[in-house]
Write a new protein. Structure first.
Length: 629
C-alpha cells in the first residue's frame, strides 16, 4: 500500500486507529482495544503492517511532515494490497496564550484544534513555548474550534471555546490569541433514586458539543458520598454521566449547564435505579446445556453482550420491570443459534433452545459499464432476517482481486442476504442474493455505474463578500451524503454524484444559519447567497407550576419547508433555559417539543412527538418564558 501527494510521501506515520472483529452474532462490528500499531512509509511512499489478527478490519490514520492528517474511516480487510492514499498540504493555526488576569505568557499549555466540522472530526494539539506561542500543524482546510487542554499545574484556568476559525488549504491562520480565565465549578451528586444511597467511583464528564464535535472539558469521579466536582470552562457545557452495570437509567443521561467564570454551579444531580436480573439457560437441539453462546439483545434497552457459562446458564442485569426482553443467541463454531423472549419480572427465566444451521459460499465479479473487471473494490454483506428478527448488518467485507472477483464464505442457508459494492467515483450498488444452496453459488456480475455528475459554485453574503468555511453537503441517491467546504474565495465543488437532481443540499456557516435547498440540478454552476442573522431569543421553558422543563427541543419554524433558511435549535438545560442565535426575523414561531419512541415488545412501532407552538414571538429578548400545559 502507498501514500501519495504530488509524489510519494516518505517517512509518513501510518497508525492503526481501530481494529474491528467479524463477530456477526452481535449487532455490528466490535471495536478492539489494541496497543498502538504504527509503521513509516519508505522513500516510495510504500508501507506494510504485519502481525495483524486474521479476519479483522482496520481503519487507518496518516500523518506526514508538512501534510494534513488523513483520518480514514474505511474498514479495510487485513490482507488488502495495492491501496493508495492521497495527502494534501497541511494548514496551520497559530497564536499566543496568555493568563487573562496578569497578561503573562502561559508556558507548556496544550492547545487543541477540533474539526473540520463537515468531515470526520480530528483533533490536533500543540504546546506553547516559553513565550506562550503555539502552532498547530497537519490540519485539513475548514472550520475549527480552538480550546485548551486541562493543565495539571493550573486546573482552575482554561480558555473559552473559540469557534469558527477558518484555515485554507496549505495556508496558516495566525494571531488566534487565547486568554486563560478562571473556570467555574460544576458540582453535583450521583445516587440511587429509591434508597438515596450514594454511588461512589462513578465517572461524570463535561463536554462542549457543536454539531458532530464533542470536546472534552473535564471529569471527576464521585467520592464516597456520591459527590463530584469539576473545573469547567465558562460557557455552555454538557454534563454527562456514564451508564452503570446493574442499574437502569432514570432522569437524564446528560444535562446542559451554563458555567460562569469563577462561580459554583451546584445540584447537577444524576440518579440511577436498580434493575431487574433475569437468569436463564441455553440448550442444544438435543436438550443438553450449551456454554460459550453469545447472547445479544434485540432491543436498545440492554446493549451488553452475555456469554453462557459451561453449564448453559446466563444472567442479564439492569433490566426495566415490565418490559419484554428479546434476545438472539449464536455459537458460530458449533453452528447453533436461537432466539427467545420473556417478560422482565423478578423470578422469570429466559430459556433459549438452539437450532443447527448449515453454511455455504458465494462468489462473483465486479465490472464497469464497459465490462472491464474492477480491482480493489469493497464488497459488503448484509444479513437482515433471521426467524423474523432483525439481526443488524453483518461486518463481513471483502475486496475484489485482480480479475474483479470476490468470494464470501459462511453464509447461512435459509437467511436472506444482499451485497453492497462501493467504489470511489461510482454509484453505490446493492443487490439481493438469490436463494442459497449447499453448493457454491456463482452470482451474476455486478455492473458499477460511473458517478460523473457534480455541483460547483460560489457562496457569498448579502453584500457580495465570499463566505469562506461554509459547509455544503448534498443528499445524493443512491451514493449517500457528499460534502465540501468553501475556500477563501467562497468556492466549493462536490464530485462523484449520480443523480440529475440532488434531493437536498444543505449549507451552513457560523452566524449565517443553516440553509436547505431541494432538487438542486447537477452539472451546472450553483451559486448561493447567505444572509447573516442578527437577532436572538433567550428564555426558559417551564410547566404550569413554574418547574423547569429539561431536555426539550426549542426550534424556530421555517417559513418555507421546501427551501431557504433551516434554523438549528437547542435543548433546554437543567434550569429549563435556552438561547437561539443568528435569527433572521424580528417575529418568529417557536416550537417546543420532545420525541419519544413507542415500543411494542422489542419493535419500535412509532413515536410520540410532544410539540407546542408559540406564534408571533418577538426576538432580541432575553426573558421570554414558554409554559407547557
Amino acid at each position: 500500500m502507498k501514500v501519495y501527494s504530488d509524489s510519494p510521501v516518505k517517512s509518513a506515520k501510518v497508525i492503526v486507529k481501530r481494529l474491528y472483529f467479524d463477530w456477526s452474532d452481535w449487532n455490528g462490528p466490535i471495536s478492539g482495544c489494541i496497543p498502538e500499531l504504527t509503521t513509516i512509509t519508505d522513500k516510495n511512499g510504500a508501507y506494510e503492517l504485519t502481525n495483524l489478527p486474521e479476519n479483522t478490519f482496520l481503519s487507518l490514520e496518516f500523518v506526514g511532515n508538512g501534510y494534513a492528517k488523513n483520518s480514514s474511516n474505511d474498514k479495510i480487510p487485513v490482507g488488502t494490497e495495492n491501496t493508495e492514499y492521497i495527502l494534501s498540504p497541511e494548514s496551520r493555526i497559530e497564536g499566543t496564550v496568555l493568563f487573562g488576569e496578569t497578561g503573562k505568557p502561559a508556558e507548556n499549555i496544550s492547545v487543541q484544534a477540533s474539526g473540520p466540522r463537515t468531515f470526520s472530526p480530528i483533533s490536533n494539539i500543540a504546546k506553547t513555548d516559553n513565550n506562550g506561542f503555539y502552532s498547530i500543524p497537519n490540519l485539513q482546510p475548514g472550520l475549527y474550534i480552538i480550546s485548551t487542554v486541562e493543565d495539571d499545574k493550573n486546573p482552575e484556568y482554561k480558555s473559552r471555546i473559540i469557534e469558527n476559525i477558518f484555515v485554507d488549504e496549505g495556508k496558516t491562520t495566525g494571531d488566534i490569541n487565547i486568554q486563560l480565565v478562571k473556570c467555574g465549578v460544576i458540582k453535583g451528586r450521583v445516587f440511587d433514586e429509591e434508597t438515596d444511597v450514594p454511588i461512589s467511583g462513578h465517572l461524570v464528564t463535561t463536554q462542549y458539543q457543536e454539531n458532530n464535535i464533542r470536546i472534552y472539558l473535564g471529569n471527576s469521579f464521585t467520592d464516597k458520598n456520591g459527590y463530584y466536582r469539576i473545573w469547567s470552562v465558562p460557557g455552555k457545557a454538557l454534563v454527562k454521566r456514564e451508564s452503570l452495570p446493574g442499574y437502569i437509567e432514570t432522569g437524564n443521561l446528560e444535562l446542559s449547564a451554563n458555567v460562569i467564570e469563577g462561580e459554583l454551579l451546584s445540584n447537577i444531580d444524576f440518579t440511577f435505579k436498580k434493575g431487574v436480573t433475569i437468569t436463564g439457560k441455553v440448550f442444544s437441539p438435543e436438550g443438553s446445556p450449551v456454554g460459550g453462546v453469545f447472547i445479544s439483545n434485540r432491543d436498545s434497552e440492554w446493549t451488553d453482550m452475555v456469554i453462557s457459562k459451561h453449564d448453559g446458564t446466563i444472567s442479564i442485569t439492569g433490566l426495566k420491570e415490565g418490559n419484554i426482553l428479546s434476545v438472539n443467541a449464536e455459537h458460530k463454531e458449533k453452528k447453533l443459534r436461537g432466539n427467545a423472549e420473556c417478560e422482565v419480572s423478578p423470578g422469570n427465566e429466559l430459556i433459549i433452545k438452539m437450532e443447527r444451521y448449515e453454511t455455504t459460499s458465494v462468489e462473483g465479479r465486479v465490472i464497469d459499464e464497459q465490462g472491464i473487471p474492477m480491482t480493489g473494490v469493497m464488497v459488503l454483506l448484509h444479513n437482515k432476517v433471521y426467524s423474523g428478527a432483525w439481526m443488524g448488518t453483518s461486518s463481513v467485507r471483502t475486496i475484489t482481486d485482480g480479475s474483479g472477483k470476490y468470494r464470501i464464505t459462511d453464509l447461512i442457508i435459509g437467511d436472506k442476504y444482499s451485497i453492497g459494492v462501493k467504489a470511489k467515483g461510482y454509484s453505490d450498488t446493492v443487490k439481493p442474493l438469490p436463494k442459497l444452496k449447499a453448493e457454491m453459488s456463482p452470482l451474476a456480475d455486478v455492473v458499477m455505474i460511473k458517478a460523473d455528475k457534480w455541483i460547483e459554485g460560489t457562496i457569498i453574503d448579502s453584500e457580495g463578500v465570499p463566505v469562506s468555511g461554509a459547509e455544503i453537503w448534498s443528499i445524493d441517491s443512491p451514493t449517500g451524503s457528499k460534502k465540501s467546504i468553501t475556500d477563501s474565495k467562497g468556492h466549493y465543488r462536490i464530485d462523484y454524484l449520480t443523480s440529475m437532481f440532488q434531493e437536498r443540499l444543505f449549507i451552513e456557516q457560523g452566524n449565517y444559519g443553516r440553509y436547505r435547498f431541494n432538487n438542486v440540478k447537477t452539472n451546472e454552476k450553483q451559486d448561493f447567497t447567505l444572509v447573516k442573522g442578527n437577532y436572538f431569543l433567550e428564555g426558559r421553558v417551564v410547566d404550569t407550576e413554574n418547574n423547569p422543563v429539561v431536555g426539550y427541543d426549542v426550534n424556530i419554524d421555517p417559513k418555507n419547508h421546501d427551501s431557504g433558511i433551516d434554523y438549528k435549535g437547542c435543548k433546554t438545560d437543567n434550569q429549563g433555559r435556552f438561547r437561539l442565535e443568528s435569527i433572521l426575523d424580528e417575529i418568529v414561531t417557536i416550537s417546543v417539543s420532545r420525541l419519544e419512541y413507542i415500543h411494542r415488545g422489542t419493535v419500535t412501532i412509532g413515536f410520540l412527538d410532544t410539540i407546542k407552538k408559540f406564534e408571533n414571538v418577538e426576538t432580541n429578548r432575553d426573558g421570554v418564558t414558554f409554559i407547557l400545559k
